[in-house]
Design a protein around this ligand. Structure first.
Ligand code: NDP
Ligand code: 2IT
Length: 461
């Protein structure tokens, strides 16, 4: 006797696709990780054409494995402040995927750091590093430690304590961390010193190092420069250039500063910066001298734009709102995740924005991404347009292995070449899978295929 199952009224008439099933699992398994779910949703939503065309990825369970980090390390970081008081922070390293090379990715120190944020960043890093054309797997780490307002001595003690646990998990052929938000040259120096002291080896275990101990020229500039090179490549597909373009930038840290610098060099007009205190509008456009003052403010004085703007001619300070209210040709979000939402996207589009080039990781919400893609503007996701930073970290690793250092011009030329290759690969992948002009789909597909092929070849690990 056969039993007929009746269909429940709300049951789907179409079975879920492979990507939809994996996404549903990710949501069920990680309900408290909204940033991670957001990043996975964006990527899996664009892989359908390649998954359909190449069944081998489903057969080898590539997606189920890709959404689970290979290893997550969490540890206690005790340190004392200048008054001798004990503080305890949480340290992390998410070793996400090593299919195509050693884990590689930054360290973020910020009170907003948690597992969801680091898993989203690690997941993005896997695709980004694959796009760079260099052999690097993906990882990310950091701590909920906030260095703001801490003395150099306190930051040094924190970094030493952090590395005293992290050192056993990393190595030049295992996992190579670098900087990210609130982790710059000062922090990398302290971390490197402690690693070397513990293992008694001078190796390229971190990138973004000082020039006198193995750092690469152009690494500090690379993310911001690369973001602007990517935008120039997108504009070139329309026979256009950055010259004369009015540009908004968010953030005023490492990525924002060098994006502004490259825009000025290419004849564009950057008009905004932001930080946690608010944002500034420089109506006539920033000069190199102005950008140098912002570098001094952020890298040396570690101050805020609200103070900096006081009494400065031609500089308007806004405590509320976001730079996206200013009508511009190009927008470069370079601060943090989810800093540009659907409403901001509407405002930018209404004001005729032509290019949105993400310098930060996942700065646009899913709603904003959708609006940019539907409007068919030149929109580049961070994993493609901010990859110049980690690519130059890859170049730093090569120089360390060779025990050589290349000139600034040589590194910059290689960076330009890599950004063009990333652009062209994303453009071509989108075209090949019926999504011409959609850099979100193109970057995800191009980044995915290289990692997925390696995962299939290496068996179920
Ligand atoms: P920095 O710490 O140098 O700068 C971050 C900037 O963002 C600062 O101006 C900071 O303000 C601002 N910011 C942070 N949180 C907030 C907030 N809640 N509200 C308003 N402003 C905020 O970091 P980076 O420039 O290195 O990184 C910026 C982004 O780029 C991040 O998403 C990072 O992951 C990404 N990225 C960085 C790379 C690198 O090589 N450094 C490579 C690829 C991506 P304040 O000055 O007040 O702290
Ligand atoms: O998000 C990123 O790509 C970075 N923070 C840079 C990572 C690196 O290893 O240079």
């Amino acid at each position: 006797m056969r039993f007929r199952r009746s269909r429940k009224p709300n049951q789907r008439s179409h079975p879920m696709t492979y990507a939809q099933k994996v996404l549903a699992d990710v949501k069920a398994k990680n309900p408290n990780e909204p940033e991670f779910i957001q990043a996975v949703t964006e990527v899996l939503g664009t892989l359908e054409p390649v998954l359909k065309a190449r069944k081998k990825y489903e057969d080898a369970g590539v997606l189920e494995r890709l959404v689970e980090p290979e290893r997550v390390i969490m540890f206690r970081v005790p340190w004392t402040d200048d008054a001798g008081k004990l503080h305890v922070n949480r340290g992390y390293r998410v070793q996400y995927n090593s299919a195509i090379g050693p884990y590689k990715g930054g360290l973020r120190f910020d009170s907003t750091v948690n597992l969801s944020v680091l898993k989203f960043l690690g997941f993005e890093q896997v695709f980004k590093n694959s796009l760079t054309t260099l052999p690097m797997g993906g990882g990310k780490g950091g701590s909920d430690f906030n260095p703001k307002g801490r003395s150099d001595a306190e930051v040094m003690r924190f970094c030493q304590s952090f590395m005293t646990e992290l050192y056993r998990h990393i190595g030049p052929d295992t996992d190579v961390p670098a900087g990210d938000m609130n982790v710059g040259g000062r922090e990398i120096g302290y971390l490197f010193g402690q690693y070397k002291r513990i293992v008694n080896e001078f190796t390229g275990v971190l990138t973004g190092k000082g020039l006198s101990f193995g750092g690469s020229l152009i690494r500090p500039e690379a993310t911001g420069y690369g973001d602007v090179y990517f935008a120039a490549n997108m504009l070139a597909t329309k026979g256009d250039t950055l010259e004369g373009k009015v540009c908004s930038i968010s953030g005023s840290g490492n990525v924002a500063q060098y994006a502004a610098q490259k825009l000025v060099q290419l004849g564009a007009k950057p008009v905004t910066f932001s930080d946690r205190s608010g944002w500034i509008f420089v109506k006539d456009g920033m000069s190199q001298d102005f950008i140098d003052e912002v570098k001094e403010l952020k890298q040396v004085k570690r101050g805020e734009l609200s103070e900096f703007a006081k009494g400065k001619k031609g500089v308007e300070f806004h405590k509320d709102g976001r730079p996206w209210a200013v009508p511009v040709d190009c927008a470069f979000p370079c601060a943090r995740q989810n800093e540009l939402d659907g409403k901001d996207a509407d405002t930018l589009l209404k004001n005729g924005v032509k290019v949105v080039g993400e310098g930060a990781n996942m700065p646009s919400t899913l709603e904003a991404v959708d609006k940019f893609v539907k409007a068919k503007i030149l929109y580049s996701p961070g994993k493609a347009s901010n990859a110049g930073g980690v690519a130059t970290s890859g170049l730093e690793m090569s120089q360390n292995s060779e025990r050589l250092s290349w000139s600034a011009a040589e590194v910059d030329e290689k960076l330009k070449g890599i950004m063009k290759a990333i652009h062209d690969n994303a453009y071509e992948a989108a075209k090949a899978f019926g999504k011409k002009g959609n850099y979100v789909a193109g970057a995800n597909i191009a980044g995915f295929v290289k990692v997925a092929d390696a995962m299939v070849a290496q068996g179920y690990v």
